[in-house]
Ligand binder design. Structure first.
Ligand code: GA4
Length: 324
């Protein structure tokens, strides 16, 4: 169990209230590209509606996930350990991070993540894979549309500069199902929170999150204050990842976020992390350098990942690539 330290000077750091100001973007509106750019600059985070992902894909996947997490622990463990793909319980990553969460981490472009899985699901594994694939192709399409609108909003050509990395056959993207069981024994009244998933930024280009209607997600604002994001099972939440921050030379910020456990309700979230191919050089786009220098030393996605897997969740993973 991980507990945030006692409230220090700033109450709002530990007792965040729901924040009404998170940008809400209607993807069906022609003017949304300007709003998208602003949201990525101001928060690195926003919510989208009219996203075009069929509700039945979401519901089917949710029901498969509920079935999986309801299995006996001895069965779920057969789909583990997460190295990095597979079933994990409480331990996150290889360097000692823990949270009140169990999860399934899968690759998106090959079947390797599913092999462990087939051993417990038998024939149903095939159905699970179809449901995941159906969901992922719709979510990836939406993510690419958002990235193309962002390129338009930034006046960058070609408009697929970002989206082509997700569309590449070698794209190193990841899919994660997180289940945060309720934690009834935990006293939230003492001003402390039980951490479901500790604070971090996402490494990739863009992350697309859908959760059920249980609260828990919090984001950190530029001033360092944490705010709670009201859940909305009909919308998607989008995070700017570290790679997009670099490609925009820091104009877009990867958002620091975390999940706190709920004392009475389970939270279930599904996250697509859209990443580039391993060999891709991650560097600011020349048109975004505005005559200035790159803030980052050049690196490939492979190099970033190698260093990320040596880091703790809360570390600033871009720090080692920043120019002094
Ligand atoms: C954070 C975002 C994604 O959940 C993830 C995580 C990954 C893992 O769980 O294996 C990492 C973490 C995440 C960043 C630093 C390393 C790797 C755990 C960890 C301590 C799947 C990802 O891509 O990076």
């Amino acid at each position: 169990m991980v507990v945030l330290s006692k409230p220090a000077l700033h109450k709002s750091k530990h007792c965040p209230t729901f924040f009404p100001g998170v940008p809400l973007i209607d993807l069906s509106k022609p003017d949304s590209k300007t709003q998208l750019v602003k949201a990525c600059e101001d928060f690195g985070f926003f919510k989208v509606i009219n996203h075009g992902v069929p509700v039945e894909f979401i519901k089917e996947l949710e029901s498969e996930a509920v079935k999986f997490f309801s299995l006996p622990m001895s069965d779920k463990e057969k789909a583990g350990p997460p190295d990095p793909f597979g079933y994990g319980d409480k331990k996150i990553g290889p360097n000692g991070d823990v949270g009140w969460v169990e999860y399934l981490l899968l690759t998106t472009n090959n079947q390797s993540g599913y092999q462990k899985f087939a051993s417990i699901f038998g024939e149903a594994a095939e159905n699970f894979r179809c449901v995941v694939n159906e969901y992922l192709s719709a979510v990836k399409k939406m993510a690419c549309e958002i990235l193309e609108m962002l390129a338009d909003g930034l006046k960058i050509q070609p408009r697929n500069v970002f989206s082509k990395l997700l569309m590449d056959e070698q794209s190193d993207s990841v899919f994660r199902l997180n289940h945060y069981p309720p934690c009834p024994d935990f006293q939230e009244s003492n001003g402390r929170n039980l951490i479901g998933f500790g604070e971090h930024t996402d490494p990739q280009i863009i992350s697309v999150l859908r959760s059920n209607n249980t609260s828990g997600l919090q984001i950190s604002l530029k001033d360092g204050n944490w705010i709670s994001i009201p859940p909305d099972q009909n919308s998607f939440f989008i995070n700017v990842g570290d790679s997009l921050q670099v490609m925009t030379n820091g104009r877009f910020k990867s958002v620091r976020h975390r999940v706190v456990a709920n004392s009475s309700k389970s939270r279930l979230s599904m996250i697509y992390f859209g990443g580039p191919p391993l060999s891709e050089k991650i560097a600011p786009l020349p048109s975004l350098m505005e005559g200035g220098d790159s803030l980052y030393k050049e690196f490939t996605w492979f190099e970033y990942k190698k260093s990320a897997y040596k880091s703790r969740l809360a570390d600033n993973r871009l720090g080692v690539f920043e120019k002094i």
